[in-house]
Design a protein around this ligand. Sequence first.
Ligand code: CP3
Length: 339
Amino acid sequence: MSTHDSAFLKACRREPVPHTPVWFMRQAGRALPEYRKLREGNQMLDACATPDLVTEITLQPVRRYGVDAAIFFSDIVVPLKAIGVDLDIVPGVGPVVAQPIRSAQDLERLRALTPEDVPYITESVRNLVGELGSTPLIGFAGAPFTLASYLVEGGPSKNHAATKALMYGQPELWADLLDRLATITLAFLRVQIDAGASAVQLFDSWVGALPAKDYRAYVQPHSARVLAAVSDVPRIHFGVGTGELLHDMGQAGADVVGVDWRVPLSEAVPRIGPGKAVQGNLDPTLVFAPDDVIARKVRETLEEGKAAEGHVFNLGHGVLPETDPDKLLRVVELVHAGL
Ligand code: CP3
């Protein structure tokens, strides 16, 4: 039972597909009652280091929705925790870093990651690949800019002010920081691929905060180094608010460019240029609209996706916690039926 001929991997490779493949960012997790039950009494980062939990949580949405790919259940800060960065995931807040990284001395805390740092990742991925059969598993990691934002700010941030101050004000320190993060990120993706992941997604969730010129100068070379190191599997590259960056994110070395809900796929495709597939981009809030509106928007998204050489259906960002899983099931049915 090979994943090679799955609709998902075919679309990533821009080959003809039997139906448009669909999966959802954050399909595993908070919106599912069976997930909340499993997570009772476990801290998020402990759950990420427990292969039985990771395996079950990753499989739950595949069973429920019949999506075309599984996304590995973990978090972008897991590799940072694994090399000894003192951080926690605070419920209702997000990742919080005890001592933010602001100086050359602080950088010494960011050593390279080895497979021995994350044995639970290898074990979880191996288990999953066995359980999933012909359904591909997508591995993932946070891109250098987005990881830097958490490390420099010390937690979630709206404006990324300290991050940008460091980037513009101390470009050499910034380059060293992003270089170290690229080394960690590519090693973390490599662990997942070596254990059997069929594709990877590099999340640069917050890079939409930058203009294209600065993205190219301060970020793209580091993301490109990560993506070049994992060219043996399809690479999806995604961020939020990246309408102005779509072309450059594709040029960083992605096979598939993820698009948020702000740019229609038919407009995203010419921005991205030829030789790439696209992923997206139903507004994640659309699931709160009446069923006929959901159906119409799914149809529009499929129609607009035809402008691309390959289309992987997804939301424009992650599943919101309040989402009714039955609505997502309906979206999957509509996408598969091509209606
Ligand atoms: O499903 C859940 O939200 C519960 C588990 C959880 C995750 N991350 C899973 C996750 C929790 C509590 C977190 C903490 C966290 N980490 C937050 C705040 C909590 C929240 O609800 O969003 C944030 C913002 C992070 C940082 C983070 N993690 C980012 C920016 C990303 C990239 C994706 C994005 O949303 O922009 C992640 C990846 C992530 N966190 C995934 C999962 C299961 C993997 C990707 C996916 O499933 O699509």
